[in-house]
Design a protein around this ligand. Sequence first.
Ligand SMILES: Nc1ncnc2c1ncn2[C@@H]1O[C@H](COP(=O)(O)OP(=O)(O)OP(=O)(O)O)[C@@H](O)[C@H]1O
Ligand SMILES: [Mg+2]
Length: 291
Amino acid sequence: MEVITKTELKELKLFSRGKVRDTYELPDGNLLMVATDRLSAFDVVFPNGIPYKGAVLTELSLFWFEKLKGIVDNHLISTQLPSGLPNYLKRRSMIVKRAKPIKLECVVRGYLAGSGLKEYNEHGTVCGIPLPKGLKNSSKLPRPIFTPSTKEDVGHDININDEQGAKLVGKERYEKLKEISLKLYQTAADYAATRGIILADTKFEFGEYNGKIILIDEVLTPDSSRYWPADKYKEGQSQPSYDKQYVRDYVESIGWDKKPPAPSLPEEVVKKTTEKYIEAYEKITGKKFAR
Ligand SMILES: Nc1ncnc2c1ncn2[C@@H]1O[C@H](COP(=O)(O)OP(=O)(O)OP(=O)(O)O)[C@@H](O)[C@H]1O
Ligand SMILES: [Mg+2]
């Protein structure tokens, strides 16, 4: 499979170019969302493409959309591409409903890690939610919590509390998003557990379509979630994960200051990262990933 870090579809109008996805407008008003093989870490995109990454992200999202569709409608229409488009779009693309994105990153955490751990260590809270004393790195929380953040156009998203969230999207809508997100997380985490995987946390995005809230963007991929192998789980330390661990370790080792431009990654790091993404797909779905 060809490695694609940027698409230029002359026949379609570009809708947006995110860190990972290139999205186009289709003549009928729907969107063509293409997951490229770009990789971002610390919110910076790397020059190398990661072979198969776009297909892993797309096929995992499809898997989860199917599993979760009973909880909330999603934006997926089809994976059947209009004729005349290049072959390399296959397996990395979806046709989706164009929704009005709701400007809230709907994060759910079942375990303490990342920015949640940082806030807990400083204030004993996560997104303003008080937590019991004595929790450690990677501790399981008493129950999953909804810990939204803003969607910043540049730089890192900012964690916010219930009150700020309600102000941002409206109280009623905020409560609805929280309820749906917690349900989605619980269902996904319960399923992941049957596959020997801990879903530590994840981020959902929602949009409005015909006056209804629908799930949009990617869902439960290694880019939007922390997945940990259950058999290696040990409270009190960071866990190995199914994603960019090799990239993060490498850039730490060369002392990159995490400001753009990102350094080029050695072949070995790229290769191992591909293997991690494919392993995540296979572990979660129980299916062999076609190379
Ligand atoms: N159905 C949809 N309708 C409209 N916009 C969508 C839809 N699904 C996803 N999006 C938007 O498309 C973009 C996806 O691109 P990508 O994930 O690469 O961006 P990103 O760099 O992560 O930016 P962001 O932080 O906004 O997600 C996101 O901004 C997301 O909100
Ligand atoms: Mg995104």
